[in-house]
Design a protein around this ligand. Structure first.
Ligand code: ATP
Ligand code: MG
Length: 273
């Protein structure tokens, strides 16, 4: 059966285990409760909500990156029908990057500090495609230029700490553009950027979606970005999804009180920047 669904997250729960030695039988602190999401082919799902509501945790759970942080992830996360929850090591590493691209909220964490950007870019491409170093370098150059990084040679030679957060974010997007993943998880990809580069990033996301059919999970606290880029929106609050709707429906007819509050808090036209 043909289906548009690329990633299905069902009943996702995340707990922080209780410290050793605590005696009552209750499970640890609940950080995410009963989250359901669906990414459809070539569509953007926006994820919004206040700081600390669980947006990055949701991304980390999909990428199977929370175990290292000592968190317990339960529920089902299916990519093209394949269960990801519980996948470890090499299997998950292969999926991460190639099938699931990701742009981390804190871009410093995405790179190894001791290798240059160029060597990390080239190695990433070569770990997923059978291409020569030279070919990888050409692709990397081109992708960096498309992301408005004007001196690709210099960027390639730099070490992560020598670039700004916004530049590192754009490098991550450039890597994703080359890998053409089935889904892209973009955690606040425009937050550290000025207006010109925000528009560039949104255009590239749009291109990834139309040219490669990539589905995007777009996390942003900026409702302007969501209105512009998302097809559907999930609103998160205190670890739960409180509203999930088509983007027009959500902006025109918000049903949940919290969504209304978010919309009202947004700076309107004529209210200045
Ligand atoms: N390893 C951890 N152990 C315990 N609690 C954690 C851990 N990681 C995150 N949390 C808690 O989970 C909650 C959700 O965090 P998360 O990073 O997902 O928020 P967010 O919605 O991405 O916020 P922001 O918009 O500020 O990025 C926060 O209250 C945070 O303190
Ligand atoms: Mg976050």
């Amino acid at each position: 059966m043909m289906t548009d669904s690329v990633l299905e997250v069902c009943n996702l729960n995340i707990h922080c285990p209780k410290p050793k030695g605590s005696c009552d039988k209750q499970r640890g602190l609940s950080l995410l409760a009963s989250v359901n999401l669906e990414l459809k082919r070539g569509k953007v799902l926006g994820l919004v909500g206040e700081s600390g509501s669980g947006k990055s945790l949701t991304c980390g759970a999909i990428l199977q990156m929370l175990q290292d942080r000592g968190l317990d992830t339960q529920g089902s996360i299916k990519l093209h029908g394949q269960e990801l929850n519980g996948l470890r090591g090499e299997k998950m590493r292969r999926i991460r990057g190639k099938d699931i691209g990701y742009i981390m909220q804190n871009p410093m964490n995405a790179f190894t500090p001791v290798y240059s950007i160029g060597s990390q870019f080239i190695e990433t491409l070569r770990s997923h495609f059978k291409i020569s170093k030279k070919e990888a370098k050409i692709q990397a150059h081109q992708a960096l230029e498309e992301m408005n990084l004007h001196h690709p040679d210099q960027v390639m030679k730099s070490y992560p700490h020598e670039l700004s957060g916004g530049m590192l974010q754009r490098v991550m997007i450039a890597i994703s553009m080359c890998l053409r993943p089935s889904i892209l998880i973009a955690d606040e990809p425009t937050t550290a950027l000025d207006a010109v580069n925000q528009i560039k990033v949104l255009r590239e996301l749009e291109r990834l979606k139309t040219e490669c059919g990539t589905s995007v999970l777009l996390v942003s606290h900026d409702l302007g970005v969501i209105a512009q880029a998302a097809d559907e929106v999930a609103v998160m609050r205190k670890g739960e999804i409180v509203e999930y709707a088509d983007v027009h429906e959500l902006f025109d007819n918000p049903r949940h009180e919290y969504t209304r509050m978010l919309l009202q808090a947004r700076p309107g036209i004529g209210q200045g920047a």
